[in-house]
Design a protein around this ligand. Structure first.
Ligand code: SAH
Ligand code: SF4
Length: 392
């Protein structure tokens, strides 16, 4: 094959839209996909592995964005790369910084769609909350994202790109020659932004493979948490193909209430979900599952709920993350009172489970869980539609 052979989408395992000019964006390709793309563009088979390793390090370890700076590659090979490839991240449209240090990025992806990415600094770690879809097909009645119709799945590149743009903003790329700094600003990634990650499984998996690669961004699988509303048939794949930690949006202790809060429960109910979850720790060789539980006044926050919850999950290594409801304009619920949340937490704790109450972060910039939403107003549902879907 010659150096000018055209790159077709067929060389990639996933269909990817070629950027303008027919160049392939490197960001988000797995090692195998990038290798295949290099060969298809004309890199001799024999050299492909070494070139791949060099490019990979420049892009994901050093954060370099142009081929010209890849000084350990021959000049004409750098020109060749420029002709066939790009290194492109989604664009940050706005950045808001909360009084508590939380940063929210509004990120524009191809097609002009927007998603949000949130960085939450804590004393001993920094968590980046990333989005996997524009909007969400599911319609959880307490979630702002659920009021927005799905526009599209994010590509693997757009998912990895969120991690890279946060590192850009935080100035976290290593400086050549400087002493190695082991402190990580983005030390954890949670797939808890917009969208249901298990409904965009292949792209999420490929993106996490890039994020976990230890010659690049190098985040361990134990520092990645995927949150699902309960897409039962895909849960085992998260264990075997990604191996990350799992969080489940549980939120209710009876099918009647969960049907309303998390409507996917009508498809896979509490019992089906719990049976699947019992397998997860073994499959992924991970410690425990996080049960997320949003505290909604008078809806799911009674002592009886707390007791039912611990009975239901008995036998599953678990931690219960209590999330005080974050309000948004037109939301049909209220946050439980603080004493109620504490009483609930106490029952769960006494039953032997860690029951941290998640401190709302970045509330002044609407960056808290479930408040994320793109500015795509035309895709917005009315409050009446939301209430009708919740059966309220
Ligand atoms: N779609 C996935 C991941 C995104 S939501 C899921 O549902 O798990 C991340 C977490 O925030 C979920 O537990 C979700 O139920 C919760 N959440 C959504 N809206 C919220 C709100 N308004 N207040 C508090 N938590 C909310
Ligand atoms: Fe989608 Fe998760 Fe929001 Fe439900 S809670 S609507 S699954 S983003």
């Amino acid at each position: 094959m010659t150096a000018t052979a055209p790159i077709t989408q067929d060389v990639l395992t996933l269909p990817r839209k070629l950027p303008e000019g027919g160049k392939v964006n490197i960001i988000g390709l797995t090692r195998d996909q990038l290798r295949a793309a290099l060969v298809a563009a004309g890199t001799p088979e024999k050299q492909a592995k070494m070139r791949l390793g060099q490019i990979w390090q420049w892009v994901y370890h050093w954060g370099l964005r142009d081929f010209a700076g890849m000084t350990n590659l021959a000049k004409d090979y750098r020109v060749f790369l420029e002709q066939h490839f790009t290194i492109e991240l989604p664009e940050v449209v706005t950045r808001q910084i909360s009084a508590d240090g939380t940063r929210k990025y509004l990120v524009r992806i191809a097609g002009g769609h927007e998603v949000e990415t949130v960085y939450i600094p804590e004393e001993n770690r920094g968590t980046l909350c990333i989005s996997s879809q524009v909007g969400c097909t599911l319609t959880c009645s307490f979630c702002h994202t659920g009021t927005q119709k799905l526009v599209r799945n994010l590509t693997a590149g757009e998912i990895v790109g969120q991690v890279m743009l946060a590192r850009d903003d935080l100035g976290e790329w290593p400086v050549p020659g400087a002493p190695k700094d082991e402190t990580r600003l983005v030390s954890n990634v949670v797939l808890m932004g917009m969208g249901e990650p298990l409904y965009n499984f292949d792209n999420v998996r490929d993106a996490m493979q890039v994020v976990m690669d230890n010659e690049g961004l190098s985040l361990s699988r134990r520092r990645i948490t995927l949150s699902t509303s309960g897409v039962v048939p895909e849960i085992a794949r998260a264990a075997t193909e990604i191996g990350c930690l799992l969080a489940v949006s549980f939120h209710a202790t009876t099918d009647e209430v969960r049907d309303k809060l998390v409507p996917i429960n009508k498809r896979w109910n509490i019992e089906t979900l719990l049976n699947e979850l019992r397998e997860y720790p073994r499959l992924s060789n991970s410690e425990r599952i996080t049960f997320e539980y949003v505290m909604l006044k008078g809806v799911n926050d009674s002592d009886a709920d707390a007791r039912r919850l611990v009975r239901l999950i008995s036998g599953i290594p678990a931690k219960i993350n209590l999330i005080p409801f974050n309000e948004w304009p037109g939301a049909p619920y209220q946050r439980s009172d603080w004493e109620r949340i504490e009483a609930f937490a106490d029952i769960v704790y006494k039953a032997g489970y860690a029951s941290p109450i998640r401190t709302p972060r970045g509330e002044d910039i609407m960056a808290a869980c479930g408040q994320l939403k793109s500015a795509t107003e035309r895709a917005r549902k009315s409050s009446r539609e939301i209430a009708a879907e919740a059966g309220l």
